[in-house]
Structure formats: C-alpha cells, structure tokens
Design a protein around this ligand. Structure first.
Ligand SMILES: C[S@@+](CC[C@H](N)C(=O)[O-])C[C@H]1O[C@@H](n2cnc3c(N)ncnc32)[C@H](O)[C@@H]1O
Length: 506
C-alpha cells in the first residue's frame, strides 16, 4: 500500500508539473491532509484560463491577487480585432530588412505577433513605466464586461490623474497580460529582462514567478543608474534600479559577462576535498624550467606522487598530483579534451589552468551592473544615456532613455554567440534596444533582428522634442534608429541590416 500511494503521489505530482508547463501561473501552494505544504493547482485560475467569461470566486491559497486579475487573464486570451498595416514610406530598406518598428499599443501588437513569432524570440528586454505616479494611464480595450473591468481596476474617463496612476492593481493588470503574451513568443531557451525600480520590484517578481514559473527565475541584476544620486529623500539617496531576468525554461546556458584574456586561474582551492588528478604528458607547461627533473614528494600545497622529467618546458610523462583541487577527474578530462592546459610558474608547484583562447573564455556577469565593476564593458548611467542621444543630435528629446551600454551588456549575456537571434522590446521609447542590436551586429557581422513596439503618443508642445520638430514618440524612435545606423556605418563600414519595416495598428 505504501508503495502504491507513493506511485500515485508521484503521478499526481507529474500531472501537476504537466499542467504547470502549459500554464505556469496556475501552480500554487496548498496544504495536504496532514497540513504539509505541497505544490497544487489553482483550479479557479485554470478555469479562468480555459473560459471565455469571468469565473467565480476564490478560496485561500498562496498567490498574488488584485482587483482585475481575472479580467487581465480574460483580456490576454481575447483576440484583437486590429491588424497591422505596412507603411513603406516611413520604412528604411523595406525590401532587404528583417527588423520591425511597430506603432501601436503593445497589448494588441503582442496578440498579433502570436501568429508569426510564437517560440521565435530569443531575448526580450523591456523598460515599462515604473508606476511612479507620473506617466501611467492604461485603458485597455476590454470589450467583454468593459464597465466592470474599468470599475474594478479604478480606470474611468477621469482616471488621467497622478493619484489613479499609483494604484498597484492598474499596473499589475497592465503588465500581467503583456508578460503572459510575451512569454509565448520566447523560444524554449529564450530569456526575458525587465527593468524596474523599487516601486513595483516586489510585485513584479511575484507576478513573474507566477507567469514564468519560480524555477525559471535567473537573477535580479542591480544597475547603478546614476553617479549623482539625488537627495530627494532624507532616508536614502537612490542609486540603483533593477533588471529582473527569467528564462522560459531554465537551461544550462552560461551567461556572458567578462572576457578572460590569456588569464590563467588556480586549480587549487583551500577547503576543497583532497583528490588525486592525473595530468597526461604534454599538458603541463613549466614557465620557470626548460629541462629538468621533479622527484615525488610534498611541494607546498600539493603532493607529487611520481618522479617525472621536463623537456622543453613540458612534462614528458604523466604526472599524478594530490591536493585540494577545484576539479573532479571527470571534469578535468573534459577540460583537457577541449584543449585546456596547465601552468607551473615556480618550484612551489602551485598548478594553474589555462583554457584555450577560442574556447568559452569568459566569466558570467556579476549581478551588479555598474561602471566600476564592469570596466571592460563599461555599463553607464542615466547621465550617459542622455549624452548618447545628444551625440546623435537628439539631446533632451526623450525623458529617461536607458544607456546603450546597459542594454548591450544585457543582450550580450545571452545572444553574444547567437548571430541570428530575434530581440523584442515592446516598450521601445527612444529605441535604445534597436541601436544596441545594430551595434552588436556591427561588432561581429551578426544578423540579429529587432522588433520595437511603441504606442503613438503626442509630444507636448512645451517640450524640447517638440521644439526639435517631433510631434510623436514614434518619430523619435525611428529617427534615432536612422541616425544610429548612419553613425555605425560611418564608424565601422560594416554591411549589416540598417533598415526597418514600419507597421501601424489599423
Ligand atoms: C520607460 S520608456 C522606455 C525607454 C527605453 N528603454 C529607452 O531607452 O528609450 C517606456 C516606453 O513605453 C511606452 N509605452 C507605454 N505603454 C505602452 C503600451 N501600452 N504600448 C506600447 N508602448 C508603451 C511609453 O510611451 C515609453 O516610450
């Protein structure tokens, strides 16, 4: 009976996992008959996922909820009646380009993209409104039960003010549907990065745990956003923002951080278990000794188990060493097969390893993205971002652009070696992401494509952007891409895809 119950138990767990693969958001925690917490299904949510109408009320469970959540699910699953219209005259290199600049509300656009881009996008970067209370008005077109939806989410005809903008529920409703649709577009090994500040960081993480699955959480990168933190608060001077990172299905992919140029590293690490490793002939280079002999015995932190000879700076026999090595035998074998070799720099025999140059010769990124720690890749601040637009002759035309270096750093983490990757940014703003993709392509003649989505938004008449001749944010995004493309072409002379096709929601 015991065994039988374990088996049915695991079958039940497998079924829950299967449902979770289709709808990660319905996985929750509940108590079993013994009061133990177990993974369970939120049947209410599952019903909602499978229903074309609002389904009825909840019971107690661990979950993030807010007024409007069910409507948000329904809204996600309701098809859009809109379509995309090609606008050739505003595009660049229409016939040859694979890049897209789409003007429209991203909710509709993400729904339309489901047809052609499902499972195709390698990397999504978004920088949504942070719900600071300044610029946040969402009136999603919720045709079924619109009144209830608007009423529940606090949206009505006069909801254009700052107070309404600060409701967490509105923001969550807006983000929930978009993130759910975005997840479908990711390839299985796709990755999403979301910029956020402390206003909604905690809500965003719980919501993304639900949509992407907690087990697919990768990191909360901390970005040093300014070198001159303001003294607006008497409690702290804010210097950081965050970038949440999730994979669609957590994989073994190593993220690119810093290149290790000809840099060897110690093979010994105090505290590791003592192991014996064998070093085949020719795998150890002695930089301090051309020809000579070593006798078995203790050498500082290692024990040499056999005598051997060095000729032309290399071991001519197999060498056996005992010590607190970082690597196991199996791992060491794989490394040797990849061409990794070892270096001994003094008679103390402190053995080090060196990976071959063309191999994975890099470290993953630290979770702190700033100028200091990332000297080689130089992750800049908001101040740099403003200068970058100035450099393109578009100074002060867009509030709060992200620095190019931040987005390049993020994209590089996952698409450095994927020259065909599709990158999506559905809160495009000044199109920094498109600029970053072009720069990455120019650095290695890649064919990565971008999809930018930006809602048309009239520019206020009393702004610098209006003075500079822009009447809509989309004009700024497209102009930035054109200017960045021209500059990259002049600077590098590379023949990459500098164009984009413009589509507008019809
Ligand atoms: C914080 S900005 C992004 C800035 C961008 N990362 C950059 O470097 O320029 C957010 C952008 O998303 C746009 N946006 C907000 N809601 C949107 C929606 N529903 N659909 C499409 N774009 C939207 C805003 O107009 C704004 O341009």
């Amino acid at each position: 009976m015991e065994r039988l119950s374990t088996e049915s138990d695991s079958l039940f767990k497998t079924n829950i996992e299967k449902v979770g693969r289709l709808f990660p958001n319905v996985i929750t925690e509940a108590k079993d008959e013994n009061g133990k917490l177990i993974k369970s299904i939120d049947f209410e949510l599952l019903k909602q996922e499978l229903s074309g109408q609002i389904v009825s009320e909840d019971c107690d469970r661990y979950q993030l909820t807010w007024p409007g959540k069910k409507e948000a699910i329904l809204l996600t699953n309701t098809p859009t009646s809109k379509a995309l219209k090609a606008v050739k005259e505003e595009s660049a290199n229409w016939d040859s380009t694979g890049n897209l600049y789409i003007e429209g509300d991203n909710l509709d656009v993400l729904k339309i993209l489901q047809k052609s881009y499902i499972d195709k996008v390698k990397c999504i970067y978004i920088d949504p409104p942070y719900n600071t209370g300044k610029a946040f008005i969402y009136k999603d077109d919720f045709s079924m039960g619109a009144n209830r939806y608007l009423e529940k989410t606090g949206q009505n005809s006069s909801s254009d003010n700052e107070f309404d903008g600060r409701f967490h529920s509105n923001w969550l409703t807006m983000m929930y549907s978009r993130l759910k649709l975005a997840r479908n577009l990711l390839q299985d090994d796709g990755v999403i990065f979301v910029s956020i500040d402390n206003n909604e960081l905690y809500n965003l993480q719980i919501m993304m745990n639900e949509i992407f699955g907690e087990s697919n959480y990768v990191e909360t990168f901390i970005w040093t956003k300014t070198s001159t933190p303001p003294s607006l608060s008497i409690k702290s001077r804010k210097t950081a923002e965050y970038v949440l990172c999730y994979e669609k299905k957590l994989s073994g992919m190593k993220y690119y951080g810093t290149k290790l140029e000809n840099c060897d590293a110690p093979l010994l690490n105090a505290g590791n278990p003592v192991r014996v490793l064998s070093f085949p002939r020719g795998t150890i280079r002695f930089t301090f000794l051309k020809d000579g002999c070593f006798s078995a015995g203790r050498y500082n932190r290692v024990e040499l188990l056999n005598d051997f000879e060095v000729k032309d700076g290399i071991n001519v026999e197999e060498v056996f060493l005992k010590g607190e090595f970082k690597w196991t035998k199996d791992f060491m074998l794989k490394e040797i097969q990849k061409g990794t070799y070892f270096i001994v720099k003094s008679s103390k025999f402190s053995i080090r390893f060196q990976r071959p140059n063309n191999e994975e010769n890099f470290k993953p990124p630290t979770n702190l993205l700033d100028v200091e720690l990332n000297k080689n890749s130089g992750v800049g601040t908001n101040e740099n971002a403003v200068k970058e637009l100035e450099f393109l002759g578009m100074g002060r035309c867009f509030d709060y652009p992200k620095p190019l270096s931040l987005i390049k750093k993020i994209l590089n983490m996952v698409i450095k070696d994927d020259k065909e990757a599709i990158v999506l940014d559905f809160f495009s703003g000044s199109a920094t992401t498109a600029h970053a993709v072009m720069e990455l392509n120019a650095s290695d003649e890649g064919r990565r494509k971008y999809i930018m989505v930006q809602k048309p938004k009239t520019i206020p008449k009393d702004s610098k952007a209006y003075e500079a001749g822009y009447s809509d944010i989309c004009q700024i995004g497209k102009e930035r891409i054109l200017r960045a493309a021209k500059k990259i072409k002049e600077d590098t002379g590379t023949n990459i895809d500098y164009g984009f096709k413009v589509f507008k929601l019809d």
